[in-house]
Each structure stands twice: as C-alpha cells, then as structure tokens.
Design a protein around this ligand. Structure first.
Ligand SMILES: NC(=O)c1ccc[n+]([C@@H]2O[C@H](COP(=O)([O-])OP(=O)(O)OC[C@H]3O[C@@H](n4cnc5c(N)ncnc54)[C@H](O)[C@@H]3O)[C@@H](O)[C@H]2O)c1
Ligand SMILES: N[C@@H](CCC(=O)N[C@@H](CSCO)C(=O)NCC(=O)O)C(=O)O
Ligand SMILES: [Zn+2]
Ligand SMILES: [Zn+2]
Length: 361
C-alpha cells in the first residue's frame, strides 16, 4: 500500500478551544506504530458526549483535539504485529477497548478494559504516550481512543451508530439492569440513548415503558409519556403515583444529577433499580437520602451498555442486518463533515436524534 508507513494528510474537524466553532483543518496523521491501526473514517454520528466535552464540561477534555466517537470506516494501514484486522477491513472503532488479558477483561464482571484507558483519557497512544495527529508540527489530542474489529458488509453510514448510542441503550437494559418480562420501566431523556433503552425494554417484555422528556416531540407511540413541565409535583412523585408505588427499573439518559436523584427515587421500595447512563458535567455529584438505598433501591451505572467491544459489537451488527434491532430509525439528519457546527446546533434545537456526517463529501 502506497501510504503504509507514511505520514498522510486528512481533513478533520478540530476543536481548538471549548465551545468555539470546530474548524475543518488539514491534519497530518503519523503512521500506526506497533499494535496500532490507522482507520479512514467514512461516516460519523454526533453523540451528546461530544457536545459535553466540546462544551468544556469534561474533566478529561483536552484541547486542541479531534472529537467524535460514534463512527465507521475502513482500515487504511496497520502497525507491526497487528493481525486482527488488515487494510480494507470495515470497522467500527470503539472507545471501550477489549484486550482480553487485563484484570477487568478476565473478571467476567465488566466490559471496562484497563489496558489503554490511562492513555486514552489523556488523548495519546499507549506505546509512546504521543498523539499521532498534528498540524504543522503542533500535536492535536485524540479523544476517547479507539479499538477495532472487523465486521461483515453492513452499511457504514448506518452502523456507525453501533459505536456508542444504540448499544449503550440496549445494553443498559439487557446487560446492566437485566430487565425481566412484566417489569415497569421509566426512561428519563428520550434522545437516541433513551429510545434505545425503550427498544431494549420492549424486547425484554416490559409491561409498561414510561418515557419522560421536557421535549414533547420526543414522545414515541410505543411508550407512555410524561412531560415534567406538565406537573407541579416532583417527577418522582408523579411516577410513584402512576405505578402504585414505583417502577421496577429506571434509566437516566440525560446527564442531569437532579434527574438522576428523581430516577432513583421513583423506583419501587424493596427492589427498584436505577441505572445512570447520562454523563454529568465536571464537578457535579449525585445525592439522595441513604434511606432510599437502605429500603432496597439499587443505584447502578453503565458504560457502553456493558457490551464488550470486540466480541459483542459484531453480534450487534448481525442483529441489525437481520432487522432485530433498530438503527436507521435514529438517524434524523445527514450532513457532511464541513457542516459539523450546524450538526451541533441541530442537537440542541430538538427534533434531532442522530445526525450522521459523511467525511468524503
Ligand atoms: N454511559 C454511556 O456509555 C453513554 C453512552 C452514550 C451517551 N451517554 C450519555 O447519555 C446521555 C444521552 O445521550 P443522547 O446522545 O441520547 O443525548 P440527547 O441530547 O440526544 O438526548 C437527551 C434527551 O434528554 C432530554 N432532557 C434534557 N433535560 C431533561 C430533563 N431535565 N428532564 C427530562 N428530559 C430532559 C432532552 O430533551 C433530550 O431528548 C448524555 O448525557 C450522553 O453523554 C452515555
Ligand atoms: N470523561 C468523563 C467521563 C465520560 C464518561 O462517563 N464516558 C462514558 C462514555 S460516554 C459515551 O458517549 C464511559 O464509558 N465512561 C467509562 C470510561 O470512560 O472508561 C469524566 O472524566 O467524567
Ligand atoms: Zn457516545
Ligand atoms: Zn482488557
């Protein structure tokens, strides 16, 4: 391959500073070192977490950087020792690694991998603690790292969503909460993540799925819908009253610590479980009366829905190809990389679930 081992130049949207419009720049990308893979990203969606880091709310946010973590592309070249993928493979880069060897991977208790997290948290590659991106010699940080795996002929402009939002919602229900048939489920925040929770709850056989959002346009027919703005009582009380004592499972898919409290407190005494999915801003903390836990409610959280990236995302791609899970339905907008700032605006305007950007146009 002509570009193997070479520095290449690519277009990327660079976040120079928090909240300042992203700028499309020519970025030099160093060749992959041992164990690394260089991927040509063809499609990328925006997840709320990108807006959170760009907005300066992420304690791990580093600038300048190249954001984005819900994508699909083609392996361009590989470093020494890489055997799991080869140039030309279609891949979904995942921010949760799966090395298969560390204490976390071997535990059988979590999808969190300990191998590369320290490096990806500070925007560099593990081997030499350096970035592979630069503009005229100035390093540009990575964001959330990548690991890769091969998957069959799926439309990349759709399955990029399997890099974050859709697996997170489905897995929060199937892996983290393990919702049983007949359960009553409440979902706070009906963006892509919350709607994927609803989809997961439906397939798990939930008897009632109650969606809560301040944007009534997010009301889906398959769910009961509550807009907190329509009620004077605290939303947890509204839900307790609606459900004869509380829900069996609740999911916070917003990133708001007051709502996280409400999501716990709307759970049924004795057994209700609340799962935190939303990412809260730097410095924010959750609180509740310890009595809420003493009386049997359980507070949990999930990253990437508990899915292991390399071993389970290909399974999700297969499920998508067999039409067993929704993906296309969450794509409300398609734009180009050059229109990325408009895509962030759309995210805040309502009516937008996922906006997929094509990078080649
Ligand atoms: N844990 C993980 O692995 C993981 C993965 C993906 C996303 N996330 C996080 O999950 C959250 C949801 O992501 P998304 O991409 O679906 O976001 P989104 O912005 O598309 O959806 C959020 C929804 O919450 C609603 N909302 C906002 N404030 C509300 C309030 N006070 N009460 C009720 N509804 C309210 C909005 O109207 C919107 O519909 C974000 O915090 C994101 O960072 C976490
Ligand atoms: N950098 C933040 C944490 C952000 C966070 O919680 N990220 C989620 C994924 S959000 C995807 O849209 C996650 O998986 N966290 C586990 C991990 O990063 O290992 C902070 O420092 O507060
Ligand atoms: Zn995400
Ligand atoms: Zn590991």
């Amino acid at each position: 391959m002509a570009t193997q081992g070479q520095v290449i130049t690519c277009k990327a949207a660079v976040a120079w500073e928090p909240n300042k419009p992203l700028v499309i720049e020519d970025v030099q990308v160093a060749p992959p070192q041992a164990g690394e893979v260089r991927v040509k990203i063809l499609y990328t969606a925006l997840c709320h977490t990108d807006a959170y880091t760009w907005g300066g709310k992420d304690p791990e946010g580093l600038f300048p950087c190249i954001l984005g973590h819900e994508a699909a592309g083609i392996v361009e070249s590989v470093g020494e020792g890489v055997t799991i993928v080869q140039p030309g493979d279609h891949v979904i880069p995942c921010y949760q690694a799966e090395c298969g060897e560390c204490k976390f991977c071997k535990s059988g208790k979590t999808n969190l991998c300990g191998k590369v997290r320290a490096a990806t948290g500070v925007g560099v590659m593990m081997s030499d603690r350096k970035s592979r991106f630069s503009i005229n010699g100035k390093p540009i940080y990575h964001f959330m790292g990548t690991s890769t795996f091969s998957q069959p002929k799926a439309p990349l402009e759709k399955v990029c969503l399997l890099g974050c939002g859709v697996p997170t919602g489905l897995g929060a229900v199937w892996n983290t909460a393990k919702v049983e048939a007949g359960s009553i489920v409440a979902i706070f925040g009906l963006g892509t993540v919350g709607l994927a929770v609803a989809e997961g709850a439906k397939t798990a056989g939930a008897s009632r799925i109650i969606g809560i959002d301040i944007d009534s346009k997010k009301n889906l027919e398959s769910t009961e819908f509550v807009n907190p703005k329509d009620h004077e009582k605290p939303i947890q009380q509204v839900l307790v009253d609606l459900t004869d004592g509380g829900v069996d499972y609740s999911f916070e898919c917003i990133g708001n610590v007051s709502v996280m409290r409400a999501a716990l407190e709307c759970c049924h005494k004795g057994w209700g479980t609340s799962v935190i999915v939303g990412v809260a801003a730097s410095g924010q903390e959750i609180s509740t009366r310890p009595f809420q836990l003493v009386t049997g409610r359980v507070w949990k959280g999930t990253a990437f829905g508990g899915f292991k990236s390399r071993s389970q995302v290909p399974w999700l791609v297969e499920k998508y190809l067999k039409k067993e899970i929704k993906v296309d339905e969450y794509i409300t907008h398609t734009l180009t990389l050059g229109e990325i700032n408009k895509a962030f605006d759309l995210m805040h305007e309502g009516g937008c679930l996922r906006c997929v950007l094509s990078t080649d146009a």
